[in-house]
Design a protein around this ligand. Structure first.
Ligand SMILES: [Fe+2]
Ligand SMILES: [Fe+2]
Length: 314
């Protein structure tokens, strides 16, 4: 056996033995009100902002994963990555439908938020960042850095997915079923594919140390973008005029914290969210242990949108 084939056999591959299932879902936004959680405009806007944040990033995951696909030597991991790409592309399309047919249709200006995300994912984190040609010797490092960013984000999306999957408060408050289903379907698929980004990062040589700085950067950027975007759509609503919501004013952060407290549970608590990153920093981190595939698939088997997708495919 050559040294190269020996080394290749040692690369960590897929850590799951089940098949990840892409689902071709479609949502209808005609009936969804701006306050999709009744009488909870803050939480409704806050969660609505994910419709603006996610699509550009998820399409970027797909482009980068398609680029590195030929480098994967583990067949099962390759299948996982292909299924991941199909799931993420569908997530991006579903959230795009919400931002076009729901938020824009209700005269909420979201273009500024979409422009920021597009700049981040089609310019700054592109194969040629800010149109700068990455020297050949650094190309692999640039890909690995970006794969590390995705692995870190995917740990967060798994954590948020669990929060959404087990949330009962939205339903109890009479929230819009279509939006609950979008969020729970997406969250459940995040749990279903939670191993893929981490497995791929390690398979292509991603190291442990980088997880520290990536984790710190990613959590700060994600929370900042979320609060900034939510503040922008919120401040268009006269009900928030006196608060003048902004990333730089404590009001949004305090309100987020209040709504995420145990006695409220309408939003994931920001402090809890940051604390969830600690797991990811442990040398023994294992994404398999971060969620229950059975619980995720149980939801996906009864999700109205996933059931409609099954009927359409039949
Ligand atoms: Fe996703
Ligand atoms: Fe994901």
């Amino acid at each position: 056996m050559s040294i190269l084939s020996f080394l290749k056999r040692q690369l960590p591959g897929s850590s799951i033995d089940y098949r990840i299932q892409p689902r071709k879902v479609k949502f209808d936004w005609k009936e969804t009100p701006v306050d999709w959680i009744p009488e909870q405009p803050f939480a409704s806007y806050f969660i609505n902002e994910i419709n603006n944040i996610l699509p550009a990033g998820e399409f970027w995951f797909c482009r980068l994963y398609n680029k590195v696909l030929p480098q994967i030597s583990d067949e099962k991991l390759k299948q996982d990555v292909q299924a991941f790409i199909r799931q993420e592309a569908m997530h991006a399309n579903a959230h795009t439908s919400a931002n076009k047919e729901y938020l824009s249709a209700r005269q909420i200006d979201i273009q500024r938020n979409l422009d920021i995300m597009n700049f981040l994912f089609t310019k700054l984190l592109a194969d040629q960042p800010l149109d700068y040609e990455v020297p050949k010797v650094l190309e692999k490092q640039w890909d690995l850095f970006r794969l590390g960013v995705i692995a870190t984000v995917e740990h967060m999306t798994c954590v948020l997915g669990k929060y959404a999957l087990y949330n009962e408060k939205w339903h109890a408050l009479g929230a819009d079923p279509e939006m609950i289903d979008l969020i729970k379907w997406h969250g459940a698929e995040e749990i279903e594919h939670r191993t893929v980004a981490f497995d791929l990062y390690r398979h292509l040589g991603g190291g442990y140390i980088a997880r520290y700085y990536l984790s710190v950067i990613v959590i700060a950027v994600v929370l900042g973008l979320w609060v900034d975007g939510a503040a922008h759509i919120m401040k268009q609503d006269p009900r928030f005029a006196d608060k003048n919501p902004s990333l730089w004013r404590p009001w949004v952060w305090l309100e987020w914290y209040k709504q995420g407290r145990k006695d409220n549970q309408i939003l994931p608590n920001p402090i809890w969210l940051v604390a969830q990153q600690i797991d990811y920093l442990m040398p023994w981190y294992d994404p398999v242990k971060e969620g229950s595939t059975e619980d995720a698939v149980r939801y996906l088997n009864q999700s109205p949108a996933a059931k409609r997708a099954l009927l359409n495919a039949a």
